[in-house]
Design a protein around this ligand. Structure first.
Ligand SMILES: Nc1ncnc2c1ncn2[C@@H]1O[C@H](COP(=O)(O)OP(=O)(O)O)[C@@H](O)[C@H]1O
Ligand SMILES: [Mg+2]
Length: 271
């Protein structure tokens, strides 16, 4: 008789852990504009920290009347996964102590990460930086707002163009270990109207990288298949159509989008 085959322990994915684990609230993040709770989640011996944003804690927004912020955050994660760039921490919809909401893996901030944003004197961004626009900094003075010429930010700029992010601030960029960079806070995305409001205008009008073109082609196909079906559960039909149209427009122009007004739409304050 041969020895019984050993069954390797089933590995739990982070998404499963976040969706199925037991959620314990540890505290509330004070500076947030909506209810953002820091939690522990435990499942089959694994424990991680996450943020839990219950739908019940969302402030209604007149220009985003449909769906919930939580659903848009999950939709953004799904698009990020389809790009293969992994720009958004794992995010799921689930029930919790304050009802349905989104749960997102907590990213421990990396101290001393590279500077991503700066205000500089003069008209030129300088080596390694991209210009965003001029900003009033008080007492009648202006400074040039710049962001790093960083390929991770450039990918995020493409993701934001696809999801139509209306709020990409500096504080929503989280440098993490192993050279990773995550974007967070994607509640105001996927509007059917153009609402791109971001700091990452540095590549506006420039040609997309070949890598970005490849990713957008993949997204176009995915939006016609399983990704489209999944997003259809999270955003409206009109928003899904607009997402497909944005991907098609990016592929047609082959360029990073440009601000529609004379001034770039920048969230203020930028951090
Ligand atoms: N996944 C995360 N990992 C680490 N910190 C986070 C995460 N999500 C949120 N935070 C922290 O919580 C703050 C508030 O979250 P945010 O998503 O910006 O909420 P709001 O929708 O209220 O603006 C963020 O500025 C950030 O400091
Ligand atoms: Mg925020």
């Amino acid at each position: 008789m041969s020895a019984p085959e050993r069954i390797p322990p089933r590995s739990v994915t982070t998404a499963e852990l976040l969706a199925e684990g037991e959620l314990t609230v540890r505290g509330r993040i004070r500076e947030a504009s909506n209810a953002v709770l820091l939690c522990d989640v435990t499942y089959e011996g694994r424990k991680v920290s996450c943020v839990y944003k219950p739908v019940a804690g969302e402030r209604p927004l007149w220009d985003f009347p449909d769906g919930t912020l939580a659903q848009r955050e999950v939709a953004t994660y799904e698009v990020s996964e389809a790009t293969g760039w992994g720009l958004v921490p794992t995010t799921v919809l689930r029930d919790g102590p304050y009802g349905e909401g989104m749960c997102q893996l907590w990213i421990e901030p990396e101290p001393g990460g590279a500077e991503l944003l700066a205000l500089v004197d003069g008209e030129e961004p300088g080596e390694g930086w991209k210009a965003v626009g001029f900003a009033e900094i008080g007492e009648g003075r202006t400074a040039l707002l710049v962001h790093a010429d960083d390929e991770r930010l450039r990918r995020l700029a493409v993701l934001d163009a696809v999801i139509n992010n209306a709020d990409r601030k500096g504080g929503h960029l989280l440098p993490a270990p192993e050279g990773r960079l995550y974007g967070i806070d994607h509640g105001v995305t996927f509007n059917a109207e153009n609402k791109l409001r971001t700091l990452l205008w540095g590549w506006a009008g420039e040609k997309l990288t070949p890598e970005a073109v490849e990713v957008l082609e993949r997204l176009r196909d995915a939006l016609g298949g399983t990704l489209g079906v999944r997003l259809g559960e999270l955003i409206t039909e009109a928003e899904l159509d607009a997402t497909r149209a944005r991907v098609a427009a990016l592929l047609r122009s082959g360029r990073h989008p440009e601000p529609s007004g004379e001034w770039p739409a920048i969230p203020w304050p930028p951090v």
